[in-house]
Design a protein around this ligand. Structure first.
Ligand code: PMP
Length: 351
């Protein structure tokens, strides 16, 4: 049995999601089929669309099912001449060929290159590495898009209150299946909104391809559940986080908590240990069946410190010793104690 503290990376399926998957496993009808099996599959999808819409205060016709946040981000970026964002956004934004970081944006603007260009401004609502909350998507820069991937199930998300034009997320971050997600579109009738996949008429003729009926249905169940106990979850995570930090203090370890003074979710805890190597620590934690990550696991192949840590000016003697622990309701105090015991053992070089 592993001690799983990498919930920002992905989460296990919840029991009710597993029940839903089992119920649908043999529902093989194609939602485009003009017979009862097809209608049943179509109804399953439309039921999930209503659940997803309700969970984020949207209308069902504003919800487009995709293969996940990466595709949703790619879709929305493909409609604009430039995508402006901070360098610490997810790679599915910053690796876009039309990406401009905010400094490049200012430079281009100053030179008049952006005259007549349509620009998307993208920002994560909850940062994936540190957990800080940033709803400042309306900086007057362009059309606002929010990457909601780390927000759903962690903080209440109301797309109307956020006043965003687009929002992206993935089901596996809130106990659904991998490979399924959403693009929320404020005005799907706008001429700006263009198809991404060409082919059949699925998803209102805008995202072709036979739908992932099981994954979509499971996402509907997962989002209903995840958004119905946010306060309970964050209270539990706050308790785990406080216990974690008090253990580290009792062991007398030298560390900083990244983004501690920013508004943040308690489910993500990013800690930088002085003069440590996070990769070596992860290997040793894994040997005691502990799953955590260094920064964000999306960057786990990188040797460079992450853009988020650079942005926060984490001192150089701490930056390489950064670990991210991300909690769910399933984590316990005993697990936290065991993890901290092992961190102390690894840092102090004991057995
Ligand atoms: N955006 C953010 C903020 C994320 O954390 C992730 C997943 N790490 C993604 C986008 C991409 O999600 P997926 O890999 O499910 O497409």
């Amino acid at each position: 049995m592993s001690i799983y503290m990498d919930n920002a990376e992905t989460k296990p399926l919840s029991p009710s999601v597993i029940v839903d998957i089992c119920r649908n496993i043999d529902n093989y009808g194609n939602p485009s089929g003009l017979y009862q099996l097809g209608y049943d599959a179509k109804n399953i999808i439309e039921d999930a669309r209503r659940k997803v819409a309700k969970a984020i205060n949207a209308e069902p016709e504003q919800i487009f099912f995709t293969s996940g946040a990466t595709e949703s981000n790619n879709w929305v970026c493909s409609m604009y001449d430039y995508v402006c964002a901070e360098k610490y956004e997810h790679h599915s934004i910053t690796n876009q060929p039309n990406f401009l970081d905010v400094n490049e944006y200012d430079n281009y603007l100053g030179r008049g290159y952006l005259m007549g260009k349509n620009i998307l401004f993208s920002r994560m609502l909850v940062n994936n590495e540190i957990g800080f909350i940033d709803d400042d998507v309306l900086r007057g820069v362009g059309v606002p898009h929010s990457d909601l991937t780390q927000a759903i199930g962690n903080i209440p998300v109301d797309v109307k209150a956020l006043n965003i034009d687009y929002g992206s997320f993935s089901a596996h971050k809130f106990h659904g299946l991998k490979g399924v997600g959403v693009l929320y579109v404020k005005d799907p009738t706008s001429s700006d909104f263009k198809p991404y996949h060409y082919g059949g008429q699925q998803e209102f003729n805008l995202r072709a391809g036979t739908e992932n009926v099981i994954g979509i249905s499971a996402m509907g169940v997962a989002i209903e559940e995840a958004t119905s106990h946010i306060e309970q979850k964050q209270a539990h995570c706050k308790m785990l986080r406080e216990r974690f930090l008090s253990n580290l203090n009792n062991y007398g370890l030298d560390y900083i908590v990244n983004g501690e003074n920013l508004p943040h979710v308690d489910s993500i805890l990013s800690i930088s240990f002085k003069n440590q190597d996070s990769q070596a620590m992860l290997v040793q934690l894994d040997m005691t069946s502990i799953c955590a990550s260094s920064g964000s696991a999306c960057n786990s192949g990188d040797s460079e410190p992450s853009e988020t840590l650079k942005y926060l000016n984490v001192p150089k003697e701490y930056i390489n010793g950064t670990l991210r622990f991300s909690f769910s309701l399933d984590n316990t105090i005993d697990e936290v104690d065991y993890v901290c015991y092992n961190i102390n053992r690894i840092i102090k070089g004991g057995n």
